[in-house]
Design a protein around this ligand. Structure first.
Ligand SMILES: Nc1ncnc2c1ncn2[C@@H]1O[C@H](COP(=O)(O)OP(=O)(O)OP(=O)(O)O)[C@@H](O)[C@H]1O
Length: 493
């Protein structure tokens, strides 16, 4: 059955969550040649949401300046001081950014969780209200952060775990001062030198951003050697969790994801001159108000531009040119978006030796039904089966693995994934859109603007873009449809 024009109803999934797969290096031979001479990056194993995740209290790493003495600051102390400075500067600086693609005209509809709504409901913060109303005139909210605007650790009670990534754990917290739920990310600075920069960068970016497509930031504070970042709670969670629990995401919704992410990327680029660099399903969040937003700016911006640090994140969404050492451009984010969209639509990571074989029985039953959990992630067979056991990168958490080198070579040398699946059809404009994202040559890959906007020119490339952008511009999916979908996947948990 074609997805096009399919009624927007969503079956209640019955399947249970599957652990989040992870990338781990099992040996230094997995490190690509471009890493020669660099320290082998350590990529932490992710823990599935729902586990009891206790933030590890880690002492500063040796060699990180953790000596006693009046002059040398430990890495954690430096972090603490930088956060203090950041808080102070965000309190004193007025907004210099404005407009852009996404000048927000409304707060997040998930009342009462946005800072402005909260400030307005907080009778003790007259100052906040003034600031909020003045900032809203400039199209900005939450720019001038008074002390009472900033969320403090002591205001928060932990409600549960939301997940864990390479840089930390995320918890659902209750803000008792403001009576609402928020999300708190606690960094785990194992490699403090690297992570301190990432954390500060992430804080700066989050602090400066104001877009309906970017998760909102509420404050940060040092906690021991950790940093707590408090942000908007997205109650439907990240898209990787959603599809692993519920199966492939309906293609109409994937179109809305594409639109939101592109608008978020354009906002970051046009307004803040930032490239995200870590677009992937776990960094795209949804809520039951029908919003889709991007988060996680740990490797964004100009500060961190080494392949080693990018690799600390997730390499599997990395563009071919980036793997080969070319500079990162916004088109690299477009590639990552393309891979993410295919993953969401197929219900599994797209790089696989024989992707559809495992799903056939399910597809015979119902091509639109949610996919089985065991097809949610790739099972990549090692090219040399003798190496598969120990030297590979397990993407499935099971017996099959592919070395990271094999995977990177695959991305560079093999044709890009496409939006196709045995026994299933996708709207041609969706397939064209994804193809536009996944041109291996960045010069011919579409820009976010080309993917979003219909072009009047009619040369070959523009005709392609026209067709692709139809997926976005002619989408009939409304915000209410998105709300219904996010509610259906959230209630199913
Ligand atoms: N604001 C939020 N609201 C709800 N859930 C969130 C929020 N932020 C993060 N999460 C959940 O917590 C998980 C962990 O997030 P985190 O940013 O630490 O790592 P990640 O993006 O999964 O991985 P990586 O560190 O490799 O980028 C996410 O996958 C998501 O499911």
């Amino acid at each position: 059955m074609s997805d096009r024009g399919a009624p927007l109803s969503y079956p209640r999934p019955t399947s249970k969550s599957k652990p989040i797969p992870s990338l781990t290096y099992s040996s230094s031979s997995d490190v690509p040649p471009s890493f020669a001479g660099l320290k082998t990056p350590s990529v932490a194993r992710k823990k599935p949401a729902g586990l009891k995740l206790k933030p590890t209290r880690v002492a500063p790493a040796p060699g990180d300046g953790a000596k006693d003495g009046p002059v040398v600051l430990s890495g954690s102390e430096q972090l603490r001081q930088e956060i203090e400075r950041l808080q102070l500067s965000s309190r004193s600086s007025s907004s210099t950014q404005s407009g852009g693609l996404d000048s927000p005209t409304s707060s997040s509809p998930t009342a009462p969780t946005t800072p402005n709504q909260l400030a307005a409901s907080d009778t003790s913060s007259q100052g906040s209200r003034k600031k909020s109303s003045s900032s809203s005139k400039t199209g900005k909210k939450h720019r001038d952060k008074d002390a009472e605007d900033l969320v403090k650790d002591e205001d928060l009670n932990v409600l549960g775990d939301l997940g864990a990534g390479n840089g930390g754990t995320v918890t659902k917290v209750w803000n008792k001062k403001r009576n609402c739920i928020m999300a708190r990310k606690e960094s785990l600075p194992r490699e403090l030198k690297i992570f301190r920069k990432q954390i500060i960068r992430e804080l700066q970016i989050m602090n400066d951003c104001s877009s309906p497509y970017i998760v909102e930031y509420y404050g940060c504070f040092p906690v021991d050697v950790h940093v707590g970042i408090v942000m908007e709670y997205m109650d439907a969670g990240s898209l990787d969790h959603i599809y692993r629990r519920n199966g492939a995401i309906p293609i109409q919704m994937v179109g809305k994801v594409a639109e939101a992410v592109l608008k978020g990327l354009m906002y970051l680029y046009d307004v803040h001159r930032i490239i995200h660099r870590d677009i992937k399903p776990s960094n795209i969040l949804a809520n039951t108000a029908g919003d889709i937003k991007i988060c996680d700016f740990g490797v964004s911006g100009e500060l961190i531009n080494s392949i080693a640090n990018t690799f600390v994140g997730t390499s599997t969404y990395m563009s071919p040119e980036r793997i080969q050492g070319a500079p990162y451009t916004i088109k690299s984010d477009v590639w990552s978006l393309g891979i993410s969209l295919v993953e969401l639509a197929l219900g599994r990571f797209p790089f696989s030796d024989s992707p559809d074989d495992e799903d056939e029985s399910e597809l015979e039953l119902d091509p639109d039904a949610t996919l089985p959990l065991n097809s949610a992630r790739p099972k990549l067979k090692p090219k040399n089966s003798g190496e598969g056991k120990s030297a590979g990168v397990s993407l499935a958490g099971g017996g099959h693995s592919m070395s990271i080198l094999d995977l990177l070579q695959h991305i560079v040398n093999e044709p890009a994934p496409r939006l196709e699946k045995k026994g299933r059809t996708y709207p041609p404009e969706a397939a064209a859109f994804v193809e536009g994202c996944l041109h291996k040559d960045p010069a011919t890959r579409k820009s976010p603007q080309e993917l979003l906007v219909s072009f009047p020119q009619v040369d070959l490339a523009a005709a392609d873009a026209l067709k692709a952008s139809d997926w976005i511009t002619k989408s009939s999916v409304t915000k209410d449809d998105l709300k219904a979908w996010t509610k259906s996947v959230t209630q199913a948990e």
